[in-house]
Design a protein around this ligand. Structure first.
Ligand SMILES: N[C@@H](CCC(=O)N[C@@H](CS)C(=O)NCC(=O)O)C(=O)O
Length: 221
């Protein structure tokens, strides 16, 4: 059975896993879960059997060593698992210092930025807490600019062609989807020249192109 990825074209957490699968050349089936249709397919009873947290992505894969079927959630857990089982190319360096730097940058994006701009947070802000629809963009601008300003400073110490030196790592995998999201909400990225240079280098890589939202079967649905 080839691995099955349940995701959504615009979901940044799904995008991270797609980049990882593409970089490692792992063939997989993509199963779209529409986050808005019918109130959100991620909330359906059927999808909750894959992820009770009602979030994408989910990866179904048979672990080749234990010969055990797995249902994995949390993109970073999925990526770390894939990095061990499919170590080429390695996204988390073996060197503990380098690994800490890579994880620090990855978590800036995946733990600090993405959650506050996630759909359910934006929906709760407007429906439960009375934020006007028109203010959603400002909310996203606020957290993206604050996070990217700090990230730009970090990159000045760590970046080469990519976030950490000249090798693609988990940090790049987590950066790209947040840049896509920032561009979608028209955030001005010119104050972050190092970040933009890294992104330009990433966009030139076939795996990043293949994983891009517009390339998915559910794009623009
Ligand atoms: N920490 C989780 C985050 C997952 C997540 O936030 N997924 C979003 C899309 S990027 C989602 O499914 N949102 C649906 C919703 O908010 O209802 C991961 O990295 O997998």
């Amino acid at each position: 059975m080839i691995p099955k990825l349940y995701g959504y074209w615009r979901s940044s957490a799904s995008y991270r896993v797609r980049i990882t699968l593409a970089l490692k050349g792992i063939d997989y089936e993509y199963v779209p879960v529409h986050l808005l249709r019918d109130g959100g397919e991620q909330k359906s009873v059927a999808y909750q059997t894959l992820n009770p947290a009602q979030l994408v992505p989910t990866l179904e894969i048979v672990d080749a060593v234990a010969n055990q079927p797995l249902k994995l959630n949390q993109s970073l857990a999925i990526i770390e698992y894939l990095d061990v089982r499919f170590p080429e190319p390695k996204l988390i360096p073996d060197d503990p210092v380098q690994a800490a730097v890579v994880r620090m940058l990855a978590l800036d994006m995946a733990a600090d930025l993405q959650p506050v701009t996630n759909l359910r947070i934006l929906q709760a802000l407007t429906t439960t807490f009375g934020l006007p629809e028109s203010a959603k963009g400002e909310w996203i601008q606020l957290w993206v600019t604050r996070t990217f300003a700090a990230f730009e400073k970090r990159l000045r110490d760590t970046a080469g062609r990519y976030c950490v030196g000249d090798t693609v790592t988990l940090a790049d995998v987590c950066l790209m989807p947040q840049v896509y999201n920032a561009q979608r909400f028209k955030v001005d990225l010119t104050p972050y020249p190092t970040l933009l240079r890294v992104v330009e280098n990433l966009e030139a890589l076939p795996a990043f192109h293949a994983a891009a939202p517009e390339q998915q079967s559910d794009a623009n649905t």
